[in-house]
Design a protein around this ligand. Structure first.
Ligand code: GAP
Length: 454
């Protein structure tokens, strides 16, 4: 897929406030607070008509790049609920915890690992300077129950990380799909965490979606594949963003490594929240398959068909968030541009055309001219079979362009009086607002070439 053009940023380029994105998402139907009529639930959101299109495009593009383009990668889709022993084996029952402190004075709650060091040392609230209470430990797994009879119900968990299904299905995939090491299994799926400090819109939620690649390798090739996937994933994100200088790696220090990781790098993106994790590249080694072998009593080792060597494969994990991608791409794409004609600024979402929720808007120049309307509706009906197209005849053409710019529609097609004479339409491009005339018969190919990934 073609890369998004770099948009040079300087230290003065302002970061977009999250509130602007929240407002746009609500106003234009990208994201709504969940259960809003009951007052909402912190850290849980619903996706509206445009949100679901954008989200599906983001997911499909990841799947296409990671599964479809690789002969040695396959996909699965596992269930959200698993046997409870899975979470003992994975280490989450014991280790998936956050340590929290409450301020005695202002009652605010903080994760200790998010507090500045001096506040931890001085036991002082970063907001009001009040004294902090004794730290408490909370497990993030969300409990649920299977069965109806009290006393016989089995307690289990909604999955705290989506990837566990991949280890559970490892042996089935090997036996059913002729994959040989090195190979990968991908999955996109929901994960649930009782985050104690959910916030910043989609950034830290309690129900969210992850995409994972678990790449299984011979231990002697671990370093090579770890470096390979680290670079590959970095390039993947780089291709989608305008602000290329806002992406970097950060290595985890020994005290912040997750219980399963021997080494970890975060791909971080800089927003108004500072540098924050977008995706983690984790050296999981043999932790998962060894633990599940031990806890289940099933041997999850692998036999090399050529050498007959039997071993527990090591794992390179690349694990990112669909929702965090959604949010970061909106923050990266959002821009308010001064209008050269001196009217209100133009709000534009510079999303990659292949990810934009609506690919094309078809606009008759005037809605009271029947021939223009009929021609426009016919064009829209044809395009609709190939891509997400919107027909719009409400308000003047300038306003209609603005409405589309604000939701990131890469192309607007205007049907005017010249169309009736020579069968050409005006195609207006979102970022540079340039216009060209294209023959109606050539329009589908013209647009497809520009709005699909290949
Ligand atoms: N299997 C490894 C794993 O779950 P993680 O770093 O905890 O690793 C991977 O999560 C990705 O999932 C993160 O990089 C982030 O994009 C996303 N993520 C994690 N917690 C999240 C939350 N509470 N809300 C939204 N996205 C989250």
């Amino acid at each position: 897929m073609t890369q998004v053009e770099s948009k040079p940023t300087t230290n003065d380029t302002p970061f977009v406030p999250i509130e602007k994105i929240v407002a746009l998402c609500k106003r234009r139907g990208f994201v709504y607070p969940n259960s809003e009529i009951y007052g909402g639930v912190s850290g849980i959101y619903d996706f509206g008509p445009l949100g679901v299109e954008l989200r599906n495009n983001i997911r499909r593009y990841w799947w296409w790049s990671m599964v479809q383009l690789h002969d040695n990668i396959v996909g699965i889709e596992g269930a959200i609920i698993t046997h409870p022993r899975v979470w003992e084996a994975s280490g989450h029952v014991e280790n998936f915890v956050d340590r929290l402190v409450d301020c005695k004075n202002c009652k605010r709650r903080f994760r200790i690992d998010h507090l500045p060091e001096e506040n931890v040392i001085q036991n002082k609230c970063p907001e009001c300077g009040g004294e902090l209470m004794e730290p408490r430990t909370f497990n993030l797994l969300m409990e649920t129950y299977l069965g109806v009879v009290e006393g016989e119900r089995m307690q289990t968990y909604l999955r705290g990380e989506a990837c566990q299904n991949i280890y559970l299905d490892f042996d089935n995939v090997v036996k059913s799909s002729r994959v040989q090491i090195p190979f990968g299994i991908c999955q996109i799926g929901k994960a649930f965490r009782n985050e104690v400090t959910p916030g910043n819109f989609l950034f830290r939620q309690r129900e969210f979606e992850q995409w994972d690649l678990q790449f299984f390798v011979h231990p002697s090739e671990m370093l090579q594949w770890f470096d390979y996937w680290k670079e590959k994933r970095f390039e993947w994100y780089m291709g989608l963003i305008n602000h290329k200088d806002r992406l970097h790696f950060r290595e985890h220090g020994p005290d912040e490594l997750a219980h399963y990781a021997k080494q970890a790098f975060d791909i971080e993106y800089k927003t108004i929240l500072g540098w924050q994790e977008w995706e983690g590249i984790h050296w999981r080694q043999d932790w998962d398959l060894s633990r599940h072998s031990e806890y289940s009593g099933q041997d999850l080792s692998y036999t090399d068909q050529n050498t007959k060597e039997r071993y527990i494969p090591w794992i390179v994990e690349t694990s990112g968030g669909v929702d965090r991608t959604f949010l970061n791409l909106l923050l990266d794409a959002y821009e308010e541009e001064p209008d050269p004609t001196g009217k209100e600024p133009r709000t534009v979402l510079r999303l990659h055309p292949a990810l934009a929720p609506v690919k094309v808007a078809v606009l008759p120049l005037q809605k009271n001219k029947e021939e223009l309307v009929t021609t426009a509706k016919n064009i829209h009906k044809k395009l609709q079979r190939l891509m997400v197209s919107q027909y719009d005849d409400v308000a003047n053409i300038g306003r209609r362009y603005r409405r589309q710019d604000e939701i990131g529609t890469p192309y607007c097609v205007t049907i005017d009086f010249q169309t009736l004479e020579d069968r050409t339409v005006t195609v207006r491009e979102r970022d540079h607002m340039t216009q060209v005339r294209v023959n109606i018969d050539e329009l589908p190919a013209y647009l497809l070439e520009r709005v699909t990934w290949q």
